[in-house]
Structure formats: C-alpha cells, structure tokens
Design a protein around this ligand. Sequence first.
Ligand SMILES: [Zn+2]
Length: 172
Amino acid sequence: MQSVLITEHSLVELKTMATAAFPCETGGILVGVKARRTVWIVSAIELVDERSPRHYTVPKGATRQAVMNAQETIDARVGYVGEWHSHVDNDGPSSADRAVMRLLAWFVPHPPPGGPCLVLVRGTAGDLTVHCYRARFPRLISVSLTATGPLPASDPTTPVFTSRRSSTKVGN
Ligand SMILES: [Zn+2]
C-alpha cells in the first residue's frame, strides 16, 4: 500500500498536542486532500471532551463541525481523511482502535482512497514517533508516512473530499 503524505506542519502539531496532554491521551481528526492514489494529511485537529491516560475517543458528533471549520480556517479543499490519537505507552493499535477503524472503513461516506487513516503518536515527550495505519475493511494495515512541505496554494488536485461523516453514525 502506498505511503501516506503528511505535512511537516502536521507532524509538529501532532507531537506538540501529544506532549501537552501527557500523561493523558489526546486525539482528534485528520483533514487532508487526495493525492493520486493516496492521501495527503494537511492538518491534525484536536477534539477532546474528557481526558484519560488509557483511552481516547473522538467526541460524539464533533467530526462534521470540525471538518467544516477546517475548510473555513485551513483550506477549502480539505476533507476528513481519518483520526489520530496518542498512545503514551508506545503501544500499537488496540483492539478498540481496530474496532473503531473497521466501522469507519465501512461507514464513512466517500472514504479517502485506500481507506480512512489512523495516526498514532506513540511514546512520551522527547521520544515520540508517529505511525500511520489504513483501514481497509476488515483490516488495519500499517503504512509509511512521507513528510512534505505545505499544500501549494494553487494545487490543481482540487476539490478532494466532501465527506459529511457524522461520528454519531458509527457509534464513537
Ligand atoms: Zn488507541
């Protein structure tokens, strides 16, 4: 499976948010654009309603509004491409993570090419690594990340996703 592209800015954002929340987990959604047969993560958005050291879920119903906000404040071309959260113990995807991603792979309208992404920020401050997985029902596949510069202002690969996913629909 193809490498997922991610802006350097998003990598910095992910590590900064994970570090700020430590020792709790934090997370949210990923917005990006389609790039040939893969996706390009443009920004990681933090969505939190309660913090826990062992558990993170996207707040119910928050995704759609967050995507609309991102289209207004980041770039009109971006759409929902997946979810992210931190794992302070450096573990890979949990069984709960796999279950959520199976549901997303099945229920997300207009999923990004290759399936929704799960990005895990693993470890503790100073020793954080960022890992990417793709949900291709019913599997969760580990893929590499390729860091890039920012999305070009006049990139012709518009518009990308018009995902209107409501997170209530998939029960998270
Ligand atoms: Zn997890």
